[in-house]
Design a protein around this ligand. Structure first.
Ligand code: NAD
Ligand code: DAU
Length: 331
C-alpha cells in the first residue's frame, strides 16, 4: 500500500507521516510538498532515512508534478494548503490558487490514475461562525473569510468529483489542531514564542472567541479512520469536545511558562473574526473514533515542546519575517 500525503512537510502532514510509518508497517508514504514558508524538511528529519518514506518537491498546482506524484499510489491524503486566515486577509491570491486550483489539479491527477481513496482535508471553518447551533455535516457552508471560502470551494469540488466522476472521495472537517511542529504564526506556538521573549501577546478583540482544540495525534487517527471506513462522498466533522475561550487558553500558556498576565494586550480585531465553530461529531464517533488526549496534558506538553525547540521556532519565524512585520504593525 502506498499513500501520497500532500503538504506532508507542514504541521499536520509531518505528524501524519510519522504516525503512518509508526503504526502501519506495510505502508509506503510519499510526500508531495513545495516547501512554502510553512513547509520544512526539518519537520521530517527523524524519518527521512526510513526506506518506506519518499519526498517529492513539487507544487500541487502543477499538473505534471501532480501526475508524477500519483504514480503507483493507492490512496491520497490531500493536506497541502495555504492554512493561515490572517495571511488570506492580507491577500487571498495564494489561498485561492493553492486551496482551490491546487485541489482541482490533485483531483484530476487522482481521477486519471484511478486511485482507490482520496481524502480531502477540509476544515470546520467552512460552516462559518455560530454561537449556539451545532454544525452537522448537512449544515449549509457559509464561509466568512478568504481562507475558509477557498476551502469551502475545494470541499465541494472534491464532492463533485465523487458525484460526477465516481472518484472515491472522503472529506474531513476538523477543528483547531494543536501540538508539535505547528508553524509559529498560529495562536499557541506564536504566543509561546513571544512570551519566552517577554514580548506582548496580541489578543484580537476581547479574546472571548472560542476554539475547539484537537490534539494533532488524535486528528491523525481520525483521518485514518475516515480513510479506512468513511463512506465515499461523505464529509465527517472531527470535533474534540474541548472548547475554550482564547483568553483561557492564553492564560494556560502563560502559567506553563511562568510568565505574567501583564503580557496580554488587546489589539485590533481580525476582520470578520469567526467567534465559534460548534460541531456535532457523532457521525465520525459512530465509526469508533474518539479523542484521547486530555486538554490539561496536551496544552502543557505542547507549550513545553515549543519551549524546547527554540531554534526551530526562530528559524521558522525568520522565514515569515515580512508577514509578521506587516500584519502586527500597530498590533
Ligand atoms: P501548514 O501550513 O502547517 O502546512 C501546509 C503544507 O502545505 C506545508 O508543508 C506547505 O509547504 C505545503 N504547501 C502549501 N502550498 C503548497 C503547494 N502549492 N504545493 C505543495 N505543497 C504546498 O498547514 P496545516 O496546519 O498542517 O494544515 C494542513 C491541512 O489541514 C490544510 O488543508 C488545512 O486547511 C487543514 N486544516 C488545518 C487545521 C489546523 O488547525 N491546523 C484544522 C482543520 C483543517
Ligand atoms: O478551525 C480550523 C482552523 O484552525 C484551520 O482551518 C486553520 O488552518 C487554522 O489556522 C486554524 O484557524 P484559526 O484562525 O482558528 O487559528 P489561529 O491560530 O490563527 O487563531 C486561533 C484564535 O486565536 C482565533 O480566534 C484568532 C486568535 N488569535 C490568533 C493570533 C495568531 C489572536 O487573538 N491573536 C493572534 O495573534
Amino acid at each position: 500500500m502506498r499513500i501520497l500525503v500532500t503538504g506532508g512537510a507542514g504541521f499536520i502532514g509531518s505528524n501524519l507521516v510519522r504516525h503512518l510509518l509508526r503504526e502501519r508497517e506495510d505502508t509506503l508514504v510519499r510526500v508531495l510538498d513545495t516547501l512554502t514558508y510553512a513547509g520544512n524538511l526539518d519537520n521530517l528529519a527523524d524519518i527521512s532515512e526510513d526506506p518506506r518514506f519518499e519526498f517529492m518537491r513539487g507544487d500541487i498546482c502543477d499538473h505534471d508534478a501532480a501526475r508524477a506524484a500519483m504514480t503507483g499510489v493507492d490512496q491520497v491524503v490531500h493536506l497541502a494548503a495555504e492554512s493561515h486566515v490572517d495571511r488570506s486577509i492580507i491577500s487571498a491570491d495564494a489561498a485561492v490558487q493553492t486551496n482551490f486550483v491546487g485541489t482541482f489539479v490533485m483531483l484530476e491527477a487522482a481521477r486519471e490514475a484511478g486511485v482507490g481513496r482520496f481524502l480531502h482535508m477540509s476544515t470546520d471553518e467552512v460552516y462559518g461562525s455560530s454561537l449556539t447551533d451545532r454544525f452537522t455535516e448537512d449544515t449549509p457552508l457559509m464561509p466568512r473569510n478568504p481562507y475558509s471560502a477557498s476551502k469551502a470551494g475545494a470541499d465541494r469540488l472534491a464532492y463533485s468529483y465523487f458525484i460526477t466522476h465516481d472518484l472515491p472521495v472522503v472529506i474531513a472537517r476538523p477543528a483547531n489542531n494543536y501540538g508539535p511542529w505547528q508553524y509559529p504564526e498560529k495562536l499557541i506556538p506564536f504566543f509561546v514564542y513571544r512570551a519566552l521573549r517577554d514580548e506582548h501577546l496580541p489578543v484580537y478583540g476581547n479574546g472571548m472567541q472560542m476554539r475547539d482544540w484537537l490534539y494533532v495525534e488524535d486528528d491523525c487517527r481520525a483521518l485514518l479512520t475516515i480513510l479506512d471506513r468513511g463512506e465515499p462522498g461523505e464529509a465527517y466533522n472531527v470535533e474534540a469536545g474541548n472548547e475554550h475561550a482564547n483568553l483561557d487558553t492564553i492564560r494556560l500558556i502563560l502559567e506553563e511558562l511562568a510568565k505574567p498576565e501583564s503580557l496580554i494586550r488587546h489589539v485590533e480585531d481580525r476582520p470578520g473574526h469567526d467567534l465559534r465553530y460548534p460541531m456535532d461529531g457523532s457521525k465520525l464517533r459512530a465509526l469508533g473514533w474518539s479523542p484521547q488526549m486530555p486538554w490539561d496534558e496536551g496544552i502543557r506538553l505542547t507549550v513545553r515542546w515549543f519551549a524546547e525547540h527554540g531554534e526551530w521556532m526562530t528559524r521558522a519565524v525568520a522565514r515569515g519575517q515580512e508577514y509578521f512585520e506587516n500584519w502586527y504593525a500597530g498590533r
